[in-house]
Design a protein around this ligand. Structure first.
Ligand SMILES: [Fe+2]
Length: 484
């Protein structure tokens, strides 16, 4: 441990972030990396001491609190400061110091008290940021927006290069080791728009597949490497994920596992249930022999198997408990992918994608029944690189919940002709549009949830500005989004 380490160069190249806001605190993050893309980030082999400041103003003159934390060598010299003694519903500025170096200033807040009367929550839903597919102009808009919270539902990084006409390059092969994943996360964090979005708002997270490997399922990778080998890779990816995000100590890895699913309360207004759709799932049904990953196919009876699970039995039970215990007016259920069914065949056949909830239909049906009669369940998702707005219906046809699945920050989508051609066979899908990249901005009040589907004409243009594709509302007590 170096108690008085003096950096020769700025070690705060990856910015600052905050996350997991609770009524009594929030997690502050940075990672020391004077040479961010080099092995070890250009840091000495030892852990080093880091100071942090928290204040009510950006000049750090009002209500200043300071403390000492550590950039731990075994955690990539990341710093996670978990504050637990702040007042609810309070706003803060923060920064880090190491020697003479001072980080950028971040802005964050705590959640309102669980029994507090809250009249508003402004929240943004983001997913799927392929670095090579576009510039992070949507993250810039998020950084500049007036928000309480950003919820990221997965594909925060991508491990693989795919798609057409890259606007920039990873400059490295697909990551396999901890050092590889650290470098990939560092590359992302060097993006100034992503840094801005992190610095200005607290975030909540769940992941999808690309934080590790395309279409992985539990302990099995896409390429069917032996289970043990994939678990090692998954552990490396999870570790790097922890090191680069403002996650809590409770999320430190336990062997190859990381507990990510969680519940966050926003006063009497909302409960946010975050689900992990990757770590515990059973293998996608109807995999052709010798093939990994997912497929689009018809006639897959195994997708109805009640033992097939997207969440795993323990998390599923946890969710039902979490939902039953909720006292809040709205239940926002953030998970990785499109929740409502989607038949990809315009004609008689029913073609489904086995990686999504359609591959785990019994698990989904149980989830829907658990939401019946609960206070305003709203599903939030991503993964499919298109805006979808849906009625979530039970088998008896009644609408139980509302769904907003956001388009990608940058990742490329299916042609809009294909997406549009699928809609008539899926009347519960009120909108499906993958023509543009963006995110969803929500304004939640006790009586109504408003959703603004944001889009950018061209994410290859660094000056692109967002606009509204469509607006929907959900009224208290009446499941089902209405176009507004
Ligand atoms: Fe994605």
């Amino acid at each position: 441990m170096l108690a008085n380490w003096k950096p020769q160069r700025n070690p705060f190249t990856l910015g600052v972030a905050s996350g997991n806001p609770r009524p009594n605190g929030v997690v502050l993050w940075t990672r020391l990396a004077p040479d961010p893309l080099a092995p070890g980030g250009g840091m000495p082999a030892e852990s080093v001491a880091v100071e942090w400041d928290l204040a009510e103003d950006a000049q750090f003159s009002k209500g200043l609190r300071s403390g000492r934390s550590f950039a731990i060598a075994g955690e990539g010299h990341s710093v996670h400061v978990e504050l637990v003694d702040l007042p609810p519903d309070s706003h803060w500025y923060y920064r880090f110091r190491a020697g003479d170096a001072i980080s950028a200033v971040g802005r964050t807040r705590t959640a309102p008290a669980a029994d507090g009367s809250v009249d508003r929550l402004r929240l943004a839903l983001a997913s799927c940021a392929h670095y090579e597919h576009g510039l992070f102009v949507a993250y810039r808009e998020l950084g500049e927006a007036d928000l309480d919270l950003i919820v990221h539902v997965g594909d925060y990084i991508y491990e693989n290069a795919w798609g057409v006409d890259p606007v920039r390059r990873f400059g490295a092969p697909e990551p396999m080791t901890l050092e590889d994943y650290r470098q990939r996360h560092a590359l992302y964090k060097l993006d100034p728009n992503l840094q801005l979005a992190h610095a200005n708002h607290p975030w909540l997270f769940t992941w999808d597949d690309h934080e590790v490997d395309n279409d992985y399922a539990g302990a099995l990778g896409q390429d069917r490497d032996p289970e043990g080998a994939f678990l090692l890779r998954r552990a490396a990816a999870y570790q790097a994920y922890y090191e680069h995000l403002p996650l809590s100590r409770a999320q430190v890895m336990q062997g190859p596992w990381m507990r990510l699913h969680d519940r966050f309360v926003w006063g009497q207004l909302a409960d946010l249930h975050l689900l992990d759709c990757r770590q515990y799932r059973s293998v996608q049904p109807c995999r052709p022999p010798g093939q990994g990953g997912s497929s689009n196919l018809a006639g897959c009876e195994a997708r109805l198997d009640p033992n097939a699970s997207m969440l795993g039995a323990a998390q599923e039970a946890w969710f039902y408990n979490s939902l039953s215990n909720s006292q809040q007016r709205w239940n926002l259920i953030a998970q990785s992918t499109l929740f409502a069914p989607k038949d990809g065949d315009p004609g008689e056949a029913e073609v489904i994608w086995t990686d999504g909830w359609d591959g785990y239909a019994a698990n989904r049906a149980r989830m829907i029944e658990s939401m019946r009669g609960k206070a305003n369940p709203v599903l939030l998702g991503g993964d499919v690189h298109a805006h979808y707005v849906a009625n979530v219906n039970a088998d008896d046809g009644s609408t139980i919940a509302s769904e907003f699945c956001g388009t990608s920050i940058t990742s490329q989508a299916w042609p809009q002709e294909k997406i549009a051609s699928e809609l008539p066979a899926n009347p519960h899908l009120l909108l499906g549009d993958g023509s543009r990249r963006g995110y969803v901005a929500f304004d939640l009040r006790p009586g109504q949830l408003q959703a603004d589907l944001r889009v950018f004409e061209n994410v290859r243009d660094r000056n692109a500005r967002g606009s509204s594709l469509a607006k929907f509302a959900v009224n208290d007590g009446k499941p089902g989004p209405l176009r507004s």
